[in-house]
Design a protein around this ligand. Structure first.
Ligand code: ADP
Ligand code: MG
Length: 222
């Protein structure tokens, strides 16, 4: 069953020199897909995830989610769409420095007051080995602990589509393996995962491997 579909998506950045990370991108993501996107640094992988997460609007092409044309959503609809459907694990640390780890997880998903989700926060902290760090501030955590916290955060609301941008950065072997296992586990429940990675071992865990180069996606032959 289709979750979303990109058709001939084109995206330029125009800051003096024109950079075209996405020239002609077509991709259908179905329920339970685990898609790895590989490609050299600076090629446009994060840009692709931003478009899929509606943080960036494509210049050309059609992006449909659940059969609806996302370009027709107004800002409020986009916010609601992101909050409900998308789990974004950003490449860079995106935590609020003045909030503890637990508060970051609660606040950034807007789950305050919802008992079910508050329980989920604690379960996830435990799953990611952070239960004894819940009351620490982000600057008191290691890079790997922050990465795990961001992974936990993107699962709280049980999103339909997880966009994971280099999710194993800063992680040791054990936690890299664990994050990939957890992402894979989500796909068995029907969640789709699109993961950007440089590491062919982790990409090898995906059900489909794609390479982004020259603004287009190509399947990587097994
Ligand atoms: P990747 O994630 O594959 O490393 P990015 O999607 O981050 O690549 O960036 C693709 C290209 O677009 C890079 O050359 C980068 O410098 C450029 N770029 C990214 N964001 C912007 C922006 N907001 N404005 C202008 N250029 C940008
Ligand atoms: Mg990137």
């Amino acid at each position: 069953m289709e979750i979303c579909k990109l058709e001939h998506i084109h995206k330029d950045y125009r800051m003096g020199e024109i950079v075209t990370p996405l020239k002609d991108i077509s991709l259908t993501v179905n329920k339970g897909d685990f898609i790895a996107v590989e490609g050299p640094s600076g090629i446009g992988k994060s840009t692709l995830l931003y478009v899929m997460g509606t943080l960036l609007k494509a210049d050309e092409g059609i992006y449909t989610y659940g059969g609806k044309d996302v370009s027709q959503f107004n800002d409020a609809q986009k916010s609601e769409f992101r909050a409900k459907k998308i789990g974004f694990l950003f490449q860079d640390s995106t935590m609020i420095q003045a909030l503890t780890l637990r508060e970051n997880l609660i606040f950034t998903q807007g789950v305050g007051g919802n008992k079910k989700n508050l329980k989920k926060v604690d379960e996830l902290l435990y799953q990611f080995g952070l239960e004894d760090r819940a009351d620490f501030f982000p600057h008191q955590l290691s890079g790997g602990q922050r990465r795990r916290a961001m992974a936990a955060r993107c699962l709280i609301h049980e999103p339909e589509l997880i966009l994971a941008d280099e999710p194993t950065n800063d992680l040791d072997e054990h936690w890299s393996e664990e994050i990939i296992r957890i992402l894979k586990e989500q796909t068995t429940k029907g969640t789709a995962v699109v993961m950007v990675t440089h590491n062919s071992r982790w990409a090898g865990q995906a059900t489909r491997r794609l390479r982004l180069e020259d603004g287009v996606l190509a399947d990587i032959a097994e």
